[in-house]
Design a protein around this ligand. Structure first.
Ligand code: IPM
Ligand code: MG
Length: 360
């Protein structure tokens, strides 16, 4: 099969981790006789430095014409990087939000699970994590607070800012459907998270999710308020299968969930729409503090590349091959520094990539 991949290395550790992912998918291409054609585009800080904007129209055109987008990470230290002296619409994150919107990537899948091999890194007590946990956070990605009209202006002698939170029925319905579809392939439970005791958008959210649920009688649906969900995630993460939620709640809860696994460097993500085009990136950020040292963990990005093979290219066997290789490398005791523990063998970012390739 021939596939066109738009590659965005990005900022911070982005280039290092993407290089390892590219090594792995090139090895897959050879093994399974596929041809992957890579087109490199810029986004975030790297694009600001080259073109003065965090995303160019040309980059969007290339991404739209590709079969999938593979992304490292974007952004820098918000306290010290000159990118954050620019006006908000010209900062690195604006590029990422624009790319999601332009490509219409409304469904963000963020798996969070406890690796057997890495249980020691989990910050929760053993009695809580016994038996492990495995959840999929489904975050609505192109609506809500991050895309509403916003403004800061002076009123009656003081500065006042507002951000609009808007959701339409159709936006809620499509992410709800996608979540129930995914739940059908998992443990058939959806927890829809909202703030329906306060927000109108949440009350509409709940109504539409209930309507969609009618078509999925096999799936158990529960509604949970977001503050309670934040608590339940650390109290008893085993109770969750699919968590369905709006953009900002999903942003926050997915960071919490990944931290709870103890291995944020291991978690992938996919941003999808109705057809097969998707954007794939690790759940973690650009970690500017360790950039360029060849110590970052490339596994989240490599797992994201595996998700790309599965969801955008329909290459299940190839994706499984990558996931199994990662498991083998972990079983053999190799660790990057973030997941290092006693008696294990510490390796660099590029060594980890090589080891995974060897185990394909
Ligand atoms: C994420 C990030 C982004 C988001 C930022 C960088 C705009 O935190 O992907 O979770 O909030 O969506
Ligand atoms: Mg986030």
């Amino acid at each position: 099969m021939e596939k066109k991949i738009a590659v965005i290395k990005g900022d911070g550790i982005g280039p290092e981790i993407v290089n390892e992912a590219l090594k792995v998918i090139e090895a897959i291409a050879q093994k399974y006789k596929h041809t992957f054609e890579y087109q490199y585009i810029d986004m975030g800080g790297a694009s600001i430095d080259k073109y003065g904007v965090p995303l160019t129209d040309e980059a969007i055109t290339i991404a739209k014409a590709s079969d999938a987008v593979l992304l490292g990470s974007i952004g820098g230290d918000t306290n010290t990087s000159p990118w954050y002296q620019l006006e908000p619409t010209l900062r690195p994150e604006a590029g990422l939000l624009k790319m999601r919107k332009e490509l219409g990537l409304f469904a963000n899948l963020r798996p969070a699970y406890l690796y057997d091999e890495l249980k020691g890194a989990c910050p929760l007590k053993e009695e809580i994590t016994e038996g492990g946990f495995d959840m999929m956070i489904m975050r609505e990605l192109t609506g809500g607070l991050y895309f509403g009209e916003r403004e800061t202006k002076e009123i009656d002698g003081q500065m006042v800012a507002h951000d609009n939170l808007v959701y339409s029925e159709s936006e809620i319905r499509r992410i709800a459907k996608r979540s129930f579809d995914i739940a059908m392939k998992r443990r058939k439970k959806v927890t829809s998270v909202d703030k329906a005791n306060v927000l109108d958008t949440s009350r509409l959210w709940r109504k539409i999710v209930n309507e969609v649920a009618v078509d999925y009688p096999e799936v158990e649906l529960e509604h949970m308020l977001v503050d309670n969900a934040a608590m339940q995630l650390v109290k008893d993460p085993r109770q969750f299968d699919v968590i369905l939620t709006e953009n900002m709640f999903g942003d926050i809860l997915s960071d919490e969930a990944s931290m709870v696994t103890g291995s944020i460097g291991m978690l992938s993500s996919a941003s999808l729409r109705e057809d097969t085009l998707g954007m794939y990136e690790p759940s973690h950020g650009s970690a500017p503090d360790i950039a360029g040292q060849n110590i970052a963990n490339p596994i989240a990005t490599i797992l994201s590349a595996a998700m790309m093979l599965r969801y955008s290219f329909d290459m299940d066997e190839e994706a499984k091959n990558i996931e199994d290789a990662i498991e083998k490398v972990l079983k053999a005791g190799y660790r990057t520094v973030d997941i290092m523990s006693e008696d294990k063998q510490q390796v660099t970012c590029s060594q980890m990539g090589d080891l995974i390739v060897e185990n394909l």
